[in-house]
Design a protein around this ligand. Structure first.
Ligand SMILES: [Zn+2]
Ligand SMILES: [Zn+2]
Ligand SMILES: [Zn+2]
Length: 257
């Protein structure tokens, strides 16, 4: 199964707590101790709200990662297109991209000037932060930006090409042969235990050999009936019908930013 670049970073990000400044910390401690004297229940409530928010966010990013792994847009669920460092959804305009690790970024200003930066980040307001060595060095207002140029090193491009090639390889669950993701790959969903599982094969022949070797329990009958009608296992993959419905929608929404 192809995993998306950046998946690890995402997981790491989630674990990183943002430290408060000393002033903020003092203020917070005062507030909390005041509140604790007066109203213990509301402190508990705030703490459980925070926990709930984190849980929600984790669920949302897990969903995004799952969709991306299946080559789907986390915004609208349609198939994405993957370029070397960029994944885009042609339908809704969603995109994600990686900035150079070894190269750098040049911000070309409207007035003709340029600013070099190791990496950039666009804020919700549209301003661009230039970040070098983990430090924000500049904040450029949106109105002042002509365009942003990404400067890659040749070996970074070559490495990425090779990485993507490897990620797009699928190992057949029957014969172990490696095939490219876009070559014909047969898939079967089956629940031997409690959960739905997915197996991929290099050919229809391997799929059939697998199914013969590993029969399903009679009442489940996973090979014969489609997953969407089954409520005898825990589903881990969206059903094909949902995907098809998403893809059918002909109209394109207004371009989202
Ligand atoms: Zn989309
Ligand atoms: Zn095979
Ligand atoms: Zn099932």
């Amino acid at each position: 199964m192809p995993t998306l670049f950046g998946r690890k970073e995402k997981a790491e990000e989630a674990d990183k707590a943002v430290p408060l400044g000393d002033d903020q910390k003092e203020e917070l401690e005062e507030d909390v101790s005041l509140l604790q004297k007066e109203d213990k229940a509301s402190v508990r409530k705030v703490i459980s709200e925070v926990k709930e928010t984190i849980k929600e966010a984790t669920r949302a990013s897990l969903r995004d990662v799952k969709l991306l792994e299946e080559g789907r847009c986390p915004n609208c669920g349609r198939k994405t297109r993957q370029f070397l460092f960029t994944t885009v959804c042609e339908y809704c305009g969603w995109s994600s991209f990686i900035t150079p690790k070894r190269g750098h970024v040049t911000i070309h200003l409207r007035n003709g000037g340029t600013i070099e930066s190791h990496t950039v980040f666009r804020t919700i307001q549209g301003d661009v932060l230039g970040i070098t060595d983990d430090v924000v060095r500049v904040r450029v207002p949106q109105d002042n930006i002509g365009y942003i140029e990404y400067i890659w090193t040749d070996d970074e491009i070559a490495e990425r090409r090779e990485q993507l090639r490897r990620e797009r390889l699928v190992v057949c669950d029957w014969c172990g042969r490696e095939v490219q993701w876009d070559e014909y790959v047969a898939v079967t969903y089956v629940a031997f235990g409690k959960e739905q599982q997915k197996f991929v094969f290099c050919s229809e022949r391997c799929k059939q050999a697998f199914q013969k070797q590993y029969p399903t329990r009679i009442h489940r009958n996973c090979y014969e009936r489609p997953c969407e009608g089954c409520d005898e296992c825990i589903k881990r993959y969206p059903d094909e019908e949902t995907w098809e419905k998403l893809e059918e929608k002909p109209a394109r929404p207004e371009d989202k930013k």
